[in-house]
Design a protein around this ligand. Structure first.
Ligand code: GLY
Length: 428
């Protein structure tokens, strides 16, 4: 862990020296942003500074901030288990708001807003000079939908010494970021790749996208950068994947100590979901059937499923929670709350363990690999309504068994579900 600790510090010190105010991570539960369920990016707590609704100079004494932000993304929950996806991660970011001043990266006295020149040069300097890494290539925005080609970023990378073949150009799909939720600041990006993974995303927030997806020019352009700590540690520590870095190693040791032949995908899911749950609970979330509470419930259920599939005893959870707390408590003191975290997890997982064991026994009795998809849909609905087996968990079980999953299964399940809802409303 010490290396990650060091990298966080190097990052914050680097930007503090350049007149950025170090701002602590905000909660994973956004405070006054109804457009998103959870915090997914470092810029979220600064949205109002980009739009000019709040004044950074007044609040921070400078137009620049930097942070290490706790983030949680649910878009790829089913992808977790591969080499690179995570639900919870930490994002290193530097930000600039307000009118752009000299934008001279060598001026250490300036506290005004900056733009592409400083943002790109500092990112280069931090990775190459501070961390001693080698950038493979960078990408820039090629222009699309009346948003112009990013000639300035191209020129800055050229001046730093990059060849044309190492400055790749892409459109909106790849090199335009934001907004988070339905509306907010957004803009073209330049992205830095090391070992073929995107390490740092520098967003030039020139626009505000409204609810109708219309782009409106912001009064002042801003800078919003995001660099995932786990990916960065993979290249700093020269590991095969993020799950072998010091951020995960203590969890890996405990899990493999109990089951030496465990399939790597299962380890990754268990480690990711456990770590994510600890952080969500320490920020005040409880499992429920509603919105963000359901996200927590979902990852805890998947945690139980994968512990069971791995033939691991649920008692391992306590050890894993302790290790996560130990690894992160210095930087995030709010997670130093073992009793509360373990109580919330334990209550949820013990109930779901019972549900799962009963429904799995029934599952094996009634569902056969050769059943027609419609029939499977009906049987899964029965398992859901009588035994409480959620469809998404059934889907995971299919995946684990390498059984085919077809949309028809879900269609029949959903039809049955709607009928059931109508019936219970009618009765009520
Ligand atoms: N806000 C930039 C990023 O999340 O990549």
């Amino acid at each position: 862990m010490s290396q990650a600790k060091e990298v966080r510090k190097l990052f914050l010190d680097f930007f503090a020296k350049r007149n950025h105010k170090i701002v602590p991570s905000s909660s994973l539960i956004p405070i006054d942003d109804p457009s998103v369920l959870l915090t997914t990016a470092g810029m979220q707590q600064f949205k109002k500074y980009f739009t000019g609704e709040k004044d950074a100079l007044k609040d921070f004494g400078t137009q620049r901030t930097c942070s290490v932000q706790k983030c949680f993304r649910t878009t790829d929950i089913e992808e977790i288990g591969d080499e690179r996806h995570l639900t919870f991660f930490e994002m290193l970011g530097n930000f600039s708001f307000g009118p752009v001043g000299k934008d001279d990266p060598s001026d250490f006295n300036d506290k005004s807003g900056y733009f592409k020149n400083s943002a790109i040069y500092w990112a280069y300097e931090f990775l190459v000079k501070e961390l001693g890494l080698k950038i493979d290539y960078v990408t820039i925005f090629k222009g699309e939908d009346k948003i112009p080609y990013d000639q300035t970023s191209y020129q800055i990378w050229k001046d730093i010494g990059f060849d044309d073949k190492n400055i790749k150009e892409f459109g909106r799909e790849d090199n335009f970021w934001g907004p988070t939720g339905d509306e907010g600041p957004c803009g073209p990006t330049t992205e830095i790749y090391i070992d073929n993974i995107e390490i740092w995303n520098l967003v030039f927030n020139e626009y505000y996208q409204d609810k109708n997806k219309k782009l409106i020019k912001l009064k002042n352009p801003g800078v919003d950068t995001g660099m995932g700590l786990e990916r960065l540690m993979k290249v700093v520590e020269k590991k095969e994947t993020i799950f072998e870095t010091s951020l995960f190693l203590p969890l890996k040791e405990i899990i493999f100590d109990q089951r030496i032949d465990l399939e790597i995908r299962k380890y990754r899911i268990i480690a990711d979901h456990l770590r994510g749950a600890v952080f969500l609970i320490s920020d005040g979330l409880y499992p429920s059937n509603l919105e963000r509470g359901y996200i927590l419930r979902r990852i805890l259920r998947r945690l139980v499923l994968y512990l069971k599939l791995s033939r691991l005893n649920l008692d391992i959870i306590g050890k894993l929670v302790k290790v996560v707390i130990e690894n992160y408590k210095d930087f995030y003191p709010e997670i130093n709350n073992y009793d509360k975290i373990i109580n919330v997890i334990d209550k949820e997982v013990r109930i779901f363990e019972k549900t799962l064991m009963r429904s799995l026994a029934k599952f094996d009795k009634i569902i056969k690999i050769n059943d027609a998809y419609e029939e499977i849909g009906e049987k899964l609905f029965l398992l859901f309504s009588s035994y409480g087996l959620p469809l998404e968990i059934a889907k995971e079980i299919f995946k684990e068994r390498n059984w085919n999953w077809d949309n028809k299964i879900e269609e029949v399940f959903n039809k049955k579900y709607r009928e059931h809802q109508k019936l219970s409303k009618g009765n009520g």
